[in-house]
Design a protein around this ligand. Sequence first.
Ligand code: PMP
Ligand code: GLU
Length: 387
Amino acid sequence: MKISTTVSSIPTSPTLAVTSKAKALKAQGKNVIGFGAGEPDFDTPEHIKQAAIRALENGFTKYTPVGGMVELKDAIVYRTSEDYGIEITPENVVVSCGAKHSLFNLLLTILSPGDEVICPSPYWVSYPPIIRIAGAVPVIIDTTENNMRLEAAQLKESITKRTRAIIINSPCNPTGTTYTRKELEKIAEVCLENDLMIISDDIYHKIVYSGSEFSSIATLSRELTERTFIIQGVSKTYAMTGWRIGYCIGNAEVISAMTRLQSQSTSNPTSFAQAASIEALKGPQDTVEDMRKTFEKRKAIMVSMLSDIPGFELIEPQGTFYCFPSVKAHLDRFKTTSGLADFLLEKALVAVVPGEGFGSPDHIRLSFALHDENIVDGLNRIKQALS
Ligand code: PMP
Ligand code: GLU
């Protein structure tokens, strides 16, 4: 059968591919240690699960409004005020089936064929494919030589007449780079001068380590709030990746157009997952900090052990649950990071994500969403296999 030119040109998400490969080997009884998964290993907190159970028991099993229930939008307005200190209204919110879906709807709504979108690399694997699906062009700015941080001057050089938007992801998947308010102010200045829309993917905003602080470009001024689209969701903050609830906050006219697009594809996000998300956003928040603290301890183990593996060079992550070391010293032997990842899976039964999909052919990504003892065992296996 003939596959469309659009779909023929996009790869499978490499993060999901590695995760499913590791799961398949585990199912065969192999003792695989998975550093692939981009999801918290914790269970969804009990009070959130109970809210979904109550919703089901009360028969909350029908369609809801396309862009999300009124009560969920109110909860998002509340959480945004708490976390960002900005005041929005329900008209600024559309809820979708995960933050990836929110981003998909947003890019399809704001981009026309030939438009350019700036993506600092390393970037999250799904940005360029979604931009291409929208018929637009991802313009990649490599920040590898600049400590994985985008500078305003670099941004300025990459802007053309066709540039419409930039994607900022801080804390960044895969690098952990977390921009300071000062850095964002400089980037914002260039965006304002060039009338760019800003997409701020803030999905890791609660996973930030001591010494760093989360800032969002959306909060810098009223003008910036108005031209920024915040991508958020419950996946990472509340360990709810399987529930598939994400949302976008931004200009009411664009939000309404996104809702129209969604009305012709998925309709509403799942009813009882929305009920659970209300509890997540408005209920007790102590589990969020508990998870962050656990990730911070694991990060310390990762940083110390990775720096002990010959040929691995790491910039310490300031947020997220990923490390993204350069493995350039091993590429004479393995040619590509995919080659290295295949070797590690076969020889050491350790799953890592190759850097190519992140626009970074010299790095690999290791998620530390796994128990301390598995981290230690897995990193020892890598060290041994490469020695
Ligand atoms: N943005 C980034 C940077 C991510 O890492 C992810 C991965 N989960 C998402 C968006 C999408 O999250 P979800 O669809 O699970 O809400
Ligand atoms: N965002 C996660 C990751 O980067 C989940 C996988 C995905 O959505 O691609 O691994």
